[in-house]
Write a new protein. Sequence first.
Length: 293
Amino acid sequence: MLTDKMPFRPRDYFRVATVSEAVGLLNKYGRKAAVLAGGTDLLVAKPPHIEYIIDISQLPLNYVKKDRKGIRIGALATLNEIADSPFLEDEPYDVIAKSTLDMGTPLTKNYATIGGNLCNAAPSADMPPSLIALEAEASVIGPKGKRRILVENFFMGPKKSALRRGEILTEIFVPEAPAGTKAVFLKKGRTSEDIAQVNVAVRLTIGDVVCKVARIVLGAVAPIPLRAKLAEAMLEGKKLGEIIKLVDAVAKQAAEETKPITDIRATAEYRKAVAEVLTRRALLTLLERFEGG
Ligand SMILES: Cc1cc2nc3c(=O)[nH]c(=O)nc-3n(C[C@H](O)[C@H](O)[C@H](O)COP(=O)(O)OP(=O)(O)OC[C@H]3O[C@@H](n4cnc5c(N)ncnc54)[C@H](O)[C@@H]3O)c2cc1C
């Protein structure tokens, strides 16, 4: 029987050179195997049931590229590479780079990857809200070939992703956003380097002074990153001038949609209150930016 007291002492370690080698080993060993990317979650968690480590860190998946359709981020792009990418400097894609800024220390960010942040599926993870707000897709490769999953549908529960046996995440694709799209990411943690007590990404697409698309995505307030869909609906179809009057009500609604828990980082009540404050601040920041052109 496995218990938490069992030591983390894997029986074997494989440093793979190709995606298909990784997929083959993962498929062979199933739940006894874990992918190692940067190791900043895996080597801290040290899951005792893991007997085989599949080190994918040498695969050529640490890129950020731009093409006609959007931006492609390799699963092994580190948080520092994302923060420094020239393709993530301009609105609205800068929200992805900004999501990395308060994630751990500079050393952690040299190792930690975007793929690890998604696959670890922590409810408090900082990358998912911005990616969901920009309607990003995850590419995964497994024994049955390649498939794409909206990042919004990638999370099944705390520490549970949509990956099936033998699958690895290879790329995140961020589609080109419609003109008039801006997004903001805000986070509240106990310290600037800590895991989020609450985080939020808010995205608005404004065309002809009307809100065409609104996304409010909150982290650390539910088992998976949460879209506050009723709050979003209050914004879509409204004119910019009307939105300014709705900010307080929308922020309150977003907080009402959260389902937080109390843990060592914050109480459920505190998380709800912070969700409202951060949503309000993010909306006000966006409105200022739209008014500034
Ligand atoms: C000091 C410190 C501070 C931190 N602060 C933050 C923070 O503020 N915000 C935050 O969100 N996180 C934080 N983290 C957590 C962690 O750094 C991030 O989640 C990081 O992005 C994980 O990436 P990694 O490459 O290190 O993942 P790993 O530890 O290598 O892997 C994490 C999990 O994902 C799986 N995995 C990794 N890559 C793939 C892939 N391509 N395909 C399939 N499965 C894969 C692994 O098997 C493992 O289960 C912190 C960690 C530390 C140690």
